[in-house]
Write a protein that binds this ligand. Sequence first.
Ligand code: F6P
Length: 342
Amino acid sequence: MKIGILTGGGDCPGLNAVIRAVVKRGAEYGYEILGVKNGWKGMLEGDTFPLNTDHVSEILPRGGTILGTSRTNPTKEPDGVKKIKDNMKALNMDALIAVGGDDTLGVAYELSKEGLKTVGVPKTIDNDLSATDYTFGFDTSINIVMEAIDRLRTTAESHHRVMVVEVMGRHAGWIATSGGMAGGADAILIPEVRFNLNELCESIKKKHKGGKDFSIIVVAEGAKPIEEKELVTQDKKLDAFGHIRLGGIGQRIGHAIEKMTGYETRVVVLGHLQRGGTPTAFDRILGTRFGVKAIELIKEGKFGNMVSLQGNEIVSVPLEKAVEKLKTIDMDFYEVARTFFA
Ligand code: F6P
Protein backbone atom coordinates (compact mmCIF):
# COMPACT_ATOMS: atom_id res chain seq x y z
CA MET A 1 0.00 0.00 0.00
CA LYS A 2 1.32 3.46 -0.96
CA ILE A 3 -0.11 6.44 0.92
CA GLY A 4 0.37 10.13 0.18
CA ILE A 5 0.20 12.83 2.86
CA LEU A 6 -0.16 16.57 2.31
CA THR A 7 -0.55 19.60 4.55
CA GLY A 8 -2.66 22.46 3.16
CA GLY A 9 -3.74 25.98 4.14
CA GLY A 10 -2.16 28.03 6.91
CA ASP A 11 0.52 26.09 8.78
CA CYS A 12 0.06 25.39 12.46
CA PRO A 13 1.93 23.79 15.35
CA GLY A 14 1.35 20.03 15.50
CA LEU A 15 1.50 19.31 11.75
CA ASN A 16 4.85 17.54 12.13
CA ALA A 17 3.42 15.40 14.95
CA VAL A 18 0.76 14.13 12.50
CA ILE A 19 3.32 13.45 9.76
CA ARG A 20 5.56 11.58 12.20
CA ALA A 21 2.66 9.47 13.47
CA VAL A 22 1.49 8.60 9.94
CA VAL A 23 4.99 7.48 8.93
CA LYS A 24 5.65 5.51 12.13
CA ARG A 25 2.29 3.71 12.28
CA GLY A 26 2.37 3.23 8.51
CA ALA A 27 5.79 1.55 8.81
CA GLU A 28 4.34 -0.95 11.30
CA TYR A 29 1.95 -2.11 8.58
CA GLY A 30 4.63 -2.02 5.87
CA TYR A 31 2.96 0.92 4.09
CA GLU A 32 5.05 3.20 1.88
CA ILE A 33 4.45 6.86 2.61
CA LEU A 34 4.88 9.62 0.03
CA GLY A 35 5.26 13.20 1.24
CA VAL A 36 3.40 15.61 -1.05
CA LYS A 37 5.04 19.03 -1.17
CA ASN A 38 3.12 22.27 -0.58
CA GLY A 39 -0.45 21.04 -0.19
CA TRP A 40 -2.69 20.58 -3.22
CA LYS A 41 -0.07 22.35 -5.38
CA GLY A 42 2.15 19.28 -4.95
CA MET A 43 -0.68 16.95 -5.98
CA LEU A 44 -1.30 19.02 -9.12
CA GLU A 45 2.38 18.89 -10.03
CA GLY A 46 3.06 15.33 -8.82
CA ASP A 47 5.72 16.80 -6.53
CA THR A 48 6.35 14.09 -3.94
CA PHE A 49 9.19 12.29 -2.15
CA PRO A 50 9.38 9.03 -0.20
CA LEU A 51 9.00 9.70 3.53
CA ASN A 52 10.67 7.25 5.86
CA THR A 53 11.21 7.05 9.60
CA ASP A 54 14.56 8.90 9.31
CA HIS A 55 12.77 11.94 7.84
CA VAL A 56 10.46 12.19 10.83
CA SER A 57 13.04 11.69 13.53
CA GLU A 58 13.22 14.75 15.84
CA ILE A 59 10.37 16.63 14.15
CA LEU A 60 7.83 16.27 16.98
CA PRO A 61 8.70 19.59 18.71
CA ARG A 62 9.11 21.51 15.46
CA GLY A 63 6.52 24.07 14.35
CA GLY A 64 5.38 24.48 10.73
CA THR A 65 5.35 21.51 8.35
CA ILE A 66 8.29 19.63 6.85
CA LEU A 67 6.12 19.12 3.73
CA GLY A 68 5.49 22.82 3.09
CA THR A 69 2.02 24.19 2.45
CA SER A 70 0.03 26.42 0.10
CA ARG A 71 -3.47 27.78 -0.33
CA THR A 72 -3.78 26.25 -3.83
CA ASN A 73 -7.32 25.19 -4.70
CA PRO A 74 -7.17 22.44 -7.37
CA THR A 75 -10.91 22.67 -8.05
CA LYS A 76 -10.25 26.20 -9.40
CA GLU A 77 -7.39 25.08 -11.70
CA PRO A 78 -8.07 23.95 -15.27
CA ASP A 79 -8.46 20.14 -15.19
CA GLY A 80 -7.31 20.25 -11.55
CA VAL A 81 -9.24 17.21 -10.39
CA LYS A 82 -8.20 15.19 -13.44
CA LYS A 83 -4.55 16.13 -12.89
CA ILE A 84 -4.74 14.87 -9.31
CA LYS A 85 -6.41 11.63 -10.43
CA ASP A 86 -3.72 11.12 -13.10
CA ASN A 87 -0.90 11.88 -10.69
CA MET A 88 -2.24 9.49 -8.06
CA LYS A 89 -2.34 6.80 -10.73
CA ALA A 90 1.13 7.61 -12.08
CA LEU A 91 2.59 7.57 -8.56
CA ASN A 92 0.75 4.33 -7.67
CA MET A 93 -0.71 6.21 -4.73
CA ASP A 94 -3.51 4.09 -3.26
CA ALA A 95 -4.79 6.62 -0.74
CA LEU A 96 -4.19 10.21 0.30
CA ILE A 97 -4.23 11.78 3.76
CA ALA A 98 -5.10 15.50 3.62
CA VAL A 99 -4.24 17.48 6.75
CA GLY A 100 -5.96 20.84 6.80
CA GLY A 101 -8.86 23.09 7.68
CA ASP A 102 -12.20 23.51 5.93
CA ASP A 103 -10.63 24.51 2.57
CA THR A 104 -8.17 21.60 2.32
CA LEU A 105 -10.70 19.11 3.65
CA GLY A 106 -13.39 20.52 1.34
CA VAL A 107 -11.17 19.52 -1.59
CA ALA A 108 -10.56 16.08 -0.02
CA TYR A 109 -14.33 15.67 0.22
CA GLU A 110 -14.84 16.67 -3.44
CA LEU A 111 -12.14 14.20 -4.50
CA SER A 112 -13.71 11.43 -2.43
CA LYS A 113 -16.96 12.01 -4.33
CA GLU A 114 -14.94 11.45 -7.51
CA GLY A 115 -13.88 8.04 -6.19
CA LEU A 116 -10.43 8.97 -4.85
CA LYS A 117 -9.47 7.34 -1.55
CA THR A 118 -8.98 10.26 0.82
CA VAL A 119 -8.85 10.57 4.60
CA GLY A 120 -8.89 13.93 6.41
CA VAL A 121 -7.08 15.20 9.51
CA PRO A 122 -8.50 18.41 11.05
CA LYS A 123 -6.01 21.24 11.54
CA THR A 124 -6.42 24.93 12.25
CA ILE A 125 -5.50 27.40 14.96
CA ASP A 126 -9.01 28.87 14.46
CA ASN A 127 -10.77 25.75 15.87
CA ASP A 128 -13.67 26.51 13.51
CA LEU A 129 -14.04 23.07 11.94
CA SER A 130 -17.28 21.16 12.59
CA ALA A 131 -17.50 17.54 13.72
CA THR A 132 -14.48 17.65 16.02
CA ASP A 133 -14.27 19.07 19.54
CA TYR A 134 -10.82 20.52 18.84
CA THR A 135 -8.38 20.92 15.99
CA PHE A 136 -4.68 20.76 16.78
CA GLY A 137 -2.81 24.09 16.68
CA PHE A 138 -5.57 25.85 18.58
CA ASP A 139 -4.18 25.05 22.02
CA THR A 140 -0.74 26.40 21.10
CA SER A 141 -2.23 29.61 19.71
CA ILE A 142 -4.34 30.33 22.82
CA ASN A 143 -1.33 29.76 25.04
CA ILE A 144 0.57 32.32 22.97
CA VAL A 145 -2.33 34.79 23.35
CA MET A 146 -2.45 34.16 27.10
CA GLU A 147 1.30 34.72 27.51
CA ALA A 148 1.12 37.89 25.42
CA ILE A 149 -1.69 39.24 27.61
CA ASP A 150 0.26 38.40 30.77
CA ARG A 151 3.17 40.47 29.43
CA LEU A 152 1.01 43.32 28.18
CA ARG A 153 -0.77 43.51 31.53
CA THR A 154 2.35 44.67 33.42
CA THR A 155 3.17 47.44 30.96
CA ALA A 156 -0.49 48.49 30.72
CA GLU A 157 -0.65 48.68 34.52
CA SER A 158 2.58 50.69 34.82
CA HIS A 159 1.46 53.25 32.23
CA HIS A 160 -2.26 53.29 33.15
CA ARG A 161 -3.11 52.48 29.56
CA VAL A 162 -5.66 50.59 27.54
CA MET A 163 -4.06 47.75 25.55
CA VAL A 164 -5.95 46.46 22.54
CA VAL A 165 -4.80 42.97 21.49
CA GLU A 166 -5.88 41.88 18.00
CA VAL A 167 -5.93 38.11 17.49
CA MET A 168 -6.63 35.75 14.58
CA GLY A 169 -9.53 33.35 14.10
CA ARG A 170 -11.20 34.53 10.89
CA HIS A 171 -14.98 34.45 11.35
CA ALA A 172 -14.96 32.53 14.64
CA GLY A 173 -14.18 33.83 18.11
CA TRP A 174 -12.54 30.73 19.58
CA ILE A 175 -9.00 32.13 19.83
CA ALA A 176 -10.20 35.50 21.18
CA THR A 177 -12.56 34.00 23.76
CA SER A 178 -10.24 31.25 24.98
CA GLY A 179 -7.02 33.30 24.92
CA GLY A 180 -8.83 36.30 26.41
CA MET A 181 -10.47 34.25 29.15
CA ALA A 182 -7.14 32.63 30.08
CA GLY A 183 -5.50 36.07 30.17
CA GLY A 184 -8.29 37.73 32.17
CA ALA A 185 -9.27 40.28 29.49
CA ASP A 186 -11.60 43.15 30.41
CA ALA A 187 -13.54 42.72 27.16
CA ILE A 188 -13.45 40.18 24.33
CA LEU A 189 -14.88 41.26 20.99
CA ILE A 190 -15.75 38.41 18.64
CA PRO A 191 -17.19 38.02 15.13
CA GLU A 192 -20.30 36.25 16.39
CA VAL A 193 -21.46 39.21 18.54
CA ARG A 194 -21.58 42.76 17.16
CA PHE A 195 -20.09 45.12 19.74
CA ASN A 196 -21.12 48.59 20.82
CA LEU A 197 -18.14 50.95 21.01
CA ASN A 198 -19.91 53.45 23.28
CA GLU A 199 -20.78 50.75 25.80
CA LEU A 200 -17.23 49.40 25.64
CA CYS A 201 -15.78 52.87 26.34
CA GLU A 202 -18.21 53.44 29.20
CA SER A 203 -17.16 50.17 30.84
CA ILE A 204 -13.48 51.08 30.44
CA LYS A 205 -14.08 54.51 32.02
CA LYS A 206 -15.98 52.93 34.90
CA LYS A 207 -13.17 50.47 35.57
CA HIS A 208 -10.44 53.13 35.46
CA LYS A 209 -12.38 55.48 37.73
CA GLY A 210 -12.92 52.58 40.14
CA GLY A 211 -9.16 52.47 40.85
CA LYS A 212 -7.85 49.84 38.41
CA ASP A 213 -6.78 52.29 35.75
CA PHE A 214 -5.62 49.97 32.98
CA SER A 215 -7.47 47.63 30.65
CA ILE A 216 -6.85 44.74 28.28
CA ILE A 217 -9.27 44.51 25.35
CA VAL A 218 -9.01 41.43 23.11
CA VAL A 219 -10.47 41.85 19.64
CA ALA A 220 -10.80 39.08 17.05
CA GLU A 221 -9.74 40.08 13.53
CA GLY A 222 -13.28 39.33 12.31
CA ALA A 223 -15.13 41.34 14.99
CA LYS A 224 -17.43 44.17 13.89
CA PRO A 225 -18.94 47.14 15.74
CA ILE A 226 -22.72 47.52 15.35
CA GLU A 227 -22.39 50.67 13.28
CA GLU A 228 -19.94 49.21 10.68
CA LYS A 229 -21.26 47.59 7.53
CA GLU A 230 -18.04 45.87 6.40
CA LEU A 231 -15.31 43.84 8.03
CA VAL A 232 -11.95 45.58 8.40
CA THR A 233 -9.57 43.97 5.88
CA GLN A 234 -5.93 44.33 4.79
CA ASP A 235 -6.93 44.61 1.13
CA LYS A 236 -9.80 43.55 -1.11
CA LYS A 237 -8.05 40.58 -2.74
CA LEU A 238 -9.55 37.10 -2.32
CA ASP A 239 -7.46 33.93 -2.09
CA ALA A 240 -8.15 30.79 -4.17
CA PHE A 241 -10.80 29.70 -1.65
CA GLY A 242 -12.56 33.08 -1.69
CA HIS A 243 -11.20 34.36 1.63
CA ILE A 244 -10.33 37.97 2.22
CA ARG A 245 -7.32 38.92 4.42
CA LEU A 246 -8.71 40.24 7.66
CA GLY A 247 -6.85 42.64 9.96
CA GLY A 248 -6.88 46.24 11.14
CA ILE A 249 -9.84 46.25 13.52
CA GLY A 250 -7.41 46.64 16.46
CA GLN A 251 -6.02 49.96 15.19
CA ARG A 252 -9.50 51.12 14.26
CA ILE A 253 -10.91 50.66 17.76
CA GLY A 254 -7.66 51.66 19.47
CA HIS A 255 -7.95 55.19 18.01
CA ALA A 256 -11.64 55.35 18.87
CA ILE A 257 -11.10 54.21 22.48
CA GLU A 258 -8.36 56.80 23.03
CA LYS A 259 -10.57 59.52 21.60
CA MET A 260 -13.73 58.52 23.44
CA THR A 261 -12.22 57.73 26.87
CA GLY A 262 -9.25 60.10 26.93
CA TYR A 263 -7.01 57.23 28.12
CA GLU A 264 -3.75 56.52 26.36
CA THR A 265 -4.23 53.42 24.22
CA ARG A 266 -1.80 51.08 22.48
CA VAL A 267 -2.55 48.35 19.95
CA VAL A 268 -0.72 45.03 19.57
CA VAL A 269 -1.44 42.73 16.62
CA LEU A 270 -0.29 39.21 17.48
CA GLY A 271 -0.62 38.01 13.87
CA HIS A 272 1.44 35.04 12.75
CA LEU A 273 3.17 34.73 16.12
CA GLN A 274 0.02 32.80 17.02
CA ARG A 275 0.88 30.14 14.43
CA GLY A 276 4.64 29.87 14.77
CA GLY A 277 6.97 27.83 16.91
CA THR A 278 6.80 24.70 18.96
CA PRO A 279 3.45 22.99 19.72
CA THR A 280 2.11 22.54 23.25
CA ALA A 281 1.94 19.06 24.78
CA PHE A 282 -1.81 18.99 24.02
CA ASP A 283 -1.24 19.67 20.31
CA ARG A 284 1.63 17.20 20.04
CA ILE A 285 -0.53 14.49 21.60
CA LEU A 286 -3.64 15.35 19.57
CA GLY A 287 -1.64 15.47 16.31
CA THR A 288 -0.02 12.12 17.17
CA ARG A 289 -3.37 10.48 17.95
CA PHE A 290 -4.90 11.89 14.75
CA GLY A 291 -1.99 10.61 12.62
CA VAL A 292 -2.19 7.10 14.06
CA LYS A 293 -5.98 7.02 13.58
CA ALA A 294 -5.66 8.21 9.96
CA ILE A 295 -3.58 5.13 9.17
CA GLU A 296 -6.10 2.93 10.97
CA LEU A 297 -8.92 4.37 8.83
CA ILE A 298 -6.95 3.55 5.69
CA LYS A 299 -6.29 0.01 6.94
CA GLU A 300 -10.03 -0.39 7.57
CA GLY A 301 -10.88 1.08 4.15
CA LYS A 302 -12.84 3.95 5.72
CA PHE A 303 -12.25 6.53 3.00
CA GLY A 304 -14.12 9.82 2.70
CA ASN A 305 -13.80 10.20 6.48
CA MET A 306 -11.99 12.52 8.83
CA VAL A 307 -10.41 11.67 12.18
CA SER A 308 -12.03 13.61 15.00
CA LEU A 309 -11.76 14.26 18.73
CA GLN A 310 -15.04 13.64 20.54
CA GLY A 311 -14.73 13.86 24.30
CA ASN A 312 -11.51 11.99 24.89
CA GLU A 313 -12.00 9.54 22.04
CA ILE A 314 -10.50 9.71 18.55
CA VAL A 315 -13.27 8.64 16.18
CA SER A 316 -14.07 8.97 12.48
CA VAL A 317 -16.73 11.18 10.91
CA PRO A 318 -17.73 11.69 7.26
CA LEU A 319 -15.72 14.52 5.64
CA GLU A 320 -19.03 15.99 4.59
CA LYS A 321 -19.93 16.66 8.25
CA ALA A 322 -16.64 18.45 8.87
CA VAL A 323 -17.00 20.94 6.03
CA GLU A 324 -20.75 21.55 5.90
CA LYS A 325 -20.69 24.56 8.21
CA LEU A 326 -18.31 26.78 10.14
CA LYS A 327 -18.11 25.99 13.86
CA THR A 328 -18.68 29.36 15.49
CA ILE A 329 -18.31 30.05 19.20
CA ASP A 330 -20.41 28.17 21.72
CA MET A 331 -22.40 31.02 23.29
CA ASP A 332 -22.50 29.35 26.73
CA PHE A 333 -18.71 29.38 26.67
CA TYR A 334 -18.65 33.06 25.67
CA GLU A 335 -21.05 33.83 28.51
CA VAL A 336 -18.53 32.42 30.99
CA ALA A 337 -15.88 34.80 29.63
CA ARG A 338 -18.34 37.72 29.76
CA THR A 339 -18.77 37.26 33.55
CA PHE A 340 -15.25 38.67 34.00
CA PHE A 341 -15.57 41.69 31.71
CA ALA A 342 -15.05 45.14 33.27
O1 F6P B 1 -6.87 30.09 9.26
C1 F6P B 1 -5.72 30.36 9.98
C2 F6P B 1 -5.36 31.82 9.88
O2 F6P B 1 -4.21 32.03 10.69
C3 F6P B 1 -6.48 32.80 10.24
O3 F6P B 1 -6.67 32.93 11.62
C4 F6P B 1 -5.99 34.04 9.55
O4 F6P B 1 -7.06 34.91 9.23
C5 F6P B 1 -5.35 33.51 8.31
O5 F6P B 1 -5.03 32.16 8.55
C6 F6P B 1 -4.12 34.26 7.88
O6 F6P B 1 -3.69 33.74 6.67
P1 F6P B 1 -2.27 34.03 6.00
O7 F6P B 1 -1.26 33.16 6.69
O8 F6P B 1 -2.49 33.64 4.59
O9 F6P B 1 -1.96 35.47 6.21
